[in-house]
Design a protein around this ligand. Sequence first.
Ligand code: PLP
Length: 417
Amino acid sequence: MDYFNFKNSRLHAEDVSISDIVEAVGTPCYVYSRATLERHWHAFDRAFGDYPHRIHYAVKANSNLAVLNVLARLGSGFDIVSGGELARVIRAGGETGQTIFSGVCKQDWEVTRALQSGVGAFNIESDGELELISEIAGRLEVQAAISVRINPDVDARTHPYISTGLKQNKFGLSEEHAMEIYLRARKAPNIRIRGVACHIGSQIVELDPYRDALEKVLDFSERLAGHAIEVGEIDFGGGLGVRYRDETPPAPEEYARQIAEQMQSRGLVIPVAIEPGRAIAGNAGILITRVHSLKHNEQSTFCIVDAAMNDLIRPALYQAYHEIVEVAENGEGERNSYDVVGPVCESADFMGKDRELAVRPGSLLAVRTAGAYGSVLGSNYNSRPRPAEVMVDGSQFHVVRGREDVSALMQLESTLP
Ligand SMILES: *Cc1c(COP(=O)(O)O)cnc(C)c1O
């Protein structure tokens, strides 16, 4: 569900016409909907009802300060994977005490800054990390709360690049390995054990992988209990999918119900933390692009647009499908089947293939479901400045990231003396 709909035959974000936004900021531009972000966050929050839970929005899905701030105002926690993301959470007014630090390669400076700013917990994912956190916490004379991320070896049945819970993946630790860390952590003076963590992948559209993963996490938690280690929280990660095309991901209610039922069947009420990213931000953003020209060859008809793989890399990186619609309902000009491609010098630079569209040079197109893993994965390839980002709030819109200037691209560079 989102708030991008046609009104008077023009695409709108909430109550604002996309054409008005383009007039003000140009193309390409990302447009986010505050109401959609809030709706998705509340859907997760409500889904758990009275079951003790916390929602830690995964910052990496979309780390724009306005997005983080909107969620912080709802009382969301955050899941971060770098010191840079921590700085964003702080700048956006997020609570560091409700922030979890995940990631396979935490650097000294990142751990230091996280401890200094009172981050809620670390999800440990690699050897030596316990000692690093313990040593820095000792030096700073603070307590560090930790969970260990176990790799439950379940197949999330998603794209291999976003599958993280198989034993061949670099993420998490085997149960044996994790157990060793817990036994060491128990004795470390500046460490407090918080719980167990796992995250099995992204764009997961079935409940079964989650069921299997939780069974393993709960079995493991019982083993910890056998060592008198109390599991105060299960951090179950993120990964719930969204509808890009015809997927039917489980609703947050079904996902939460399954978790609660699995707990209940063991007589447990362990508080649950979840880290949704895509499911909150994905449908809350679109990428607007303008048709530059149309071009035919023997094989295909190309619709060349001003947005490219440097703005939205998901089609090139994961062969991902994004729905593309005309901003003028039913389009303009002759209807045809197009490969929608960008200006970058790579054949992987496409937004969509074989799309039925009625367009002419100058027409506006919206690439839907671009709110997660869109702008954050952007680059300056081909020395293309990053697009503007706008957030719509009811009948108002606000530029939440200005269009990058070409001079900014060269700011840190210099020539030899
Ligand atoms: C990427 C990631 C998430 C968010 O995944 P989504 O598929 O966007 O919900 C949550 N937790 C961790 C540890 C991650 O790496």
